[in-house]
Design a protein around this ligand. Structure first.
Ligand code: COA
Length: 558
């Protein structure tokens, strides 16, 4: 079938559905929801059999849904209608929630239901729920709905329901003198990603994001009691929570101490080392050890890695490599493994060009440390998505194992034609060939974990459920294998041989020469793209590589 996606953006859910439907031989093209007339034009050009709306903020125009079946992916159970569906589910502490694929009609979310899928909900952030459970449920429901539609004999049923309202800041407000820790966390989690909880810090208005529980610290309710790295700790009536990120009016989302430098005066509650703290607290880099394997987790918000984070992670990695282990597993975070350099901290710097330069060098230093580790086999275990430099940072490890379901974007050009670094020119071609590397970089399309293994880019795609357990078992087997010392010796020889052919420093210098042009050259594309990305500017057109119906030589397949 020809399927047109009408979507607010090509977010991770839309990317995943695109890959799943394309893999099932459907011809999918994408149009961003810019205006009714643009959607109408896309329909006229593409002549789809079906329209799917994976992520919409407005209604599909009647001129389209009255002529063509349009499936809306609603992040709620059948009968749930209206905006803020996930926000209400999390804030109300519901144990189970779901995704419904329904046909668009005049009344929002009230059309007949083609498929649905449910999932359990724990104490989780909205953005995380969306990227994990909602995405998996949406894949099941959309594939089922499309199959039913193609079969032609399914009669979708209407499900009675009532619409809830848009969740307003008044519904989200935290009463620091009355709300306990769990209730504060539920409110912050329900608003995470967007829009955050409106509050004040140091007497100034802001929105709070990125909440972490704290098990030991206490203080007068609402008081700021500590800071650690870039996070701040605020007391509740029965404990405290950490706030990792803050957005000030008119500003962008930033690490808390960067948004409020006055927070640097708070008493510092540093952790002694990288070992995972025994009790809940804010710890973005955490190390554990079991069965001859070191596990290094880095829970960086949105997978963005600032200069400081790259340096701290490199220090942690070097520390881990001095431990008496045979294998180091780089776990990344639960939602993202890495999305490369931190575009928000770059944007907020006095000189974004200088900060870009500092950040890319810091991430290259980290990649180099991983590449040159000759004391352990290294494994990048991707439980979460990875994008741009993050995909190549993972490839710096000896083995890359990705969870089935993660989305990868191993290319840079979407960010204002960035050339990219992280030794991709050394790491990618041997895996996929020169032509394959060029195609990946040029096409700028997302890739599933399965595709990455088929292409030879990554090494294994492991089933989603039980991924962490599977990784632990496989890593322990690697560490205990009879030939581990030979493997380590072979790794050292390979690195030395590669170094003779062309030193890592040469790859780095060539990549950074291009990056210098991106950061300091006459073409401002990267700075413009970054500004729009961090400001979350609405799209004003659909990139040509997504809207295939706008190709000059687009023809409806026979
Ligand atoms: N720096 C700072 N923030 C980043 C980031 C980065 N490198 N990559 C992602 N984010 C943030 C987004 O701003 C967004 O923030 P929000 O909390 O305000 O929503 C959040 O992470 C999720 O990103 P989003 O684009 O909505 O997620 P996605 O899963 O739909 O898309 C990517 C994933 C990787 C395709 C997309 O985030 C992207 O292109 N990131 C930039 C990658 C890049 O160019 N890095 C620099 C070169 S190494």
């Amino acid at each position: 079938m020809r399927i047109l996606f009408v979507t607010h953006s090509f977010n991770s859910l839309a990317q995943r559905l695109y890959c799943e439907l394309t893999a099932r031989d459907h011809c999918v093209s994408i149009e961003f929801d810019i205006s009714d007339s643009v959607t109408e034009e896309a329909v006229a050009l593409f002549k789809p059999d079906l329209v799917i709306a994976p992520f919409l903020k407005r209604a599909i125009p009647e001129s389209v849904w009255s002529r063509l079946p349009c499936f809306v992916v609603h992040p709620g159970i059948p009968g749930d209608r209206g905006p803020s569906a996930l926000d209400w589910a999390i804030q109300r502490g519901l144990r189970e929630w779901g995704v419904t694929v329904l046909q668009a009609e005049r009344e929002m979310d009230a059309g007949p239901v083609w498929a649905s899928s449910v999932f359990p909900v724990g104490a989780v952030r909205k953005a995380s729920l969306y990227r994990n459970q909602v995405t998996e449920a949406a894949v099941l429901a959309v594939v089922q709905a499309v199959t039913r539609f193609a079969a032609g004999d399914f009669v979708p049923q209407r499900v009675p329901g009532t619409a809830h309202a848009l969740m307003k800041q008044a519904d989200r407000a935290i009463d620091w003198d009355a709300d306990d820790t769990n209730s504060v966390l539920a409110r912050l989690n329900a608003a995470d990603g967007f829009p955050g909880v409106a509050d004040t810090l140091f007497g100034q208005a802001c929105h709070l994001f990125d909440a972490w529980p704290e098990a030991s610290l206490k203080g007068a309710p609402g008081a700021l009691v500590a800071r650690r790295e870039t996070a701040i700790c605020r007391a509740t009536v029965d404990g405290a929570v950490w706030i990792g990120h803050v957005k000030r009016p008119g500003g962008i989302k930033l690490p808390a101490t960067m948004a409020f430098p006055e927070a640097l005066a708070l008493p510092e509650q540093a952790l002694d080392d990288f070992w995972k703290a025994p009790l809940a607290t804010w710890q973005d880099i955490a190390y554990e050890e079991a069965g001859g394997v070191g596990f290094l987790g880095f829970e960086f918000y949105n997978g963005a890695m600032s200069t400081g984070q790259c340096r701290r992670l490199k220090e942690a990695f070097l520390w881990a490599s001095r431990r008496p282990t045979k294998v180091i597993v780089l776990r990344g975070g639960s939602d993202f493994w890495s999305n490369g350099i931190h575009l928000n901290t770059i944007e907020a710097a006095d000189s974004p060009a200088d900060e870009s330069w500092g950040n890319i060098n810091a991430i290259d230093d980290l990649a180099e440390a991983i590449l040159c580790c000759d004391t352990q086999l290294t494994v990048a275990a991707l439980a979460g998505n990875a994008g741009a430099g993050g995909c190549f940072l993972a490839r710096a490890a000896d083995l890359v194992w990705a969870r089935d379901g993660v989305m990868l974007n191993p290319h840079y050009k979407n960010m204002g034609n960035l050339f990219g670094s992280e030794f991709w020119t050394y790491l990618l071609p041997p895996r996929v060939g020169e032509k394959g590397a060029q195609a990946i970089m040029r096409h700028r399309l997302p890739m599933t974990a399965q595709e990455s293994v088929q292409l030879g880019f990554y090494d294994a795609c492991l089933p989603g459920p039980g991924f962490a357990v599977d990784v632990t078992r496989r890593a322990a087997e690697l560490a205990a294998a009879a030939d581990i010392d030979e493997r380590l010796a072979a790794k050292r020889s390979k690195r030395q041989a590669d170094e003779v052919v062309k030193p890592l420093a040469a790859y780095r210098a060539e990549e950074l020469k291009e990056m210098r042009r991106n950061f300091y050259g006459f073409d401002p594309s990267y700075h413009v793209a970054r500004y729009h990305f961090v400001s979350r500017s609405p799209h004003s057109w659909t990139p040509r590589h997504l809207a295939r119906h706008r190709d000059i030589d687009w023809k409806i397949p026979e």
